[in-house]
Design a protein around this ligand. Structure first.
Ligand code: ZN
Length: 149
């Protein structure tokens, strides 16, 4: 056994928290977005224009979701990334509301609703992860890996 993880058994790392616990843990807006699949108003959150380096973590559970290295300005008013921090970081779900078909993106660990992914992003992935700023928490100390500059 080489893993230093503290998870006991069964589903590894999945966090199950009750509705009430989320309410006490999150601000009303964070709760609305992450647990009620809400959407913040465009340009309402400072992260849409945040340029600082670091790791954007889940407000619900602190899991690393998106690196600043994949962040770009999509002009939509929401923080946008062309890739998640890792493939396991987020889970994708089909969302058929509003008569359109979109792909919802959630935190793979605590199921927090983050936003949607669209196929009109920049290279190299061509994906646009359109994420609510309130669902994220920038951790300036955490770097994926330090590249040039
Ligand atoms: Zn989470």
């Amino acid at each position: 056994m080489s893993k230093a993880e503290s998870t006991g058994k069964g589903d590894p790392g999945k966090i199950a928290t009750s509705e009430q616990e989320w309410r006490s843990k999150l601000t009303p807006e964070q709760f609305y977005v992450t647990r009620r699949h809400g959407t913040e108003r465009a340009f309402s959150h400072p992260y849409h224009q945040e340029k600082g380096a670091g790791m954007y973590r889940c407000v619900g559970c602190g899991a690393p979701l998106f690196s600043s290295e994949t962040k770009y300005d999509s002009g939509t008013g929401w923080p946008s990334f062309y890739a998640p921090a890792s493939e396991e970081a987020v889970s994708e779900h089909e969302d058929r509301s509003f008569f359109t078909r979109r792909t919802e993106v959630r935190c793979a660990k605590c199921d927090a609703h983050l936003g949607h992914v669209f196929p009109d992003g920049p290279k190299p992935t061509g994906a646009r992860y359109c994420v609510n700023g309130v669902a994220l928490e920038l951790d300036p100390g955490a770097h994926g890996d330090k590249s040039s500059e």
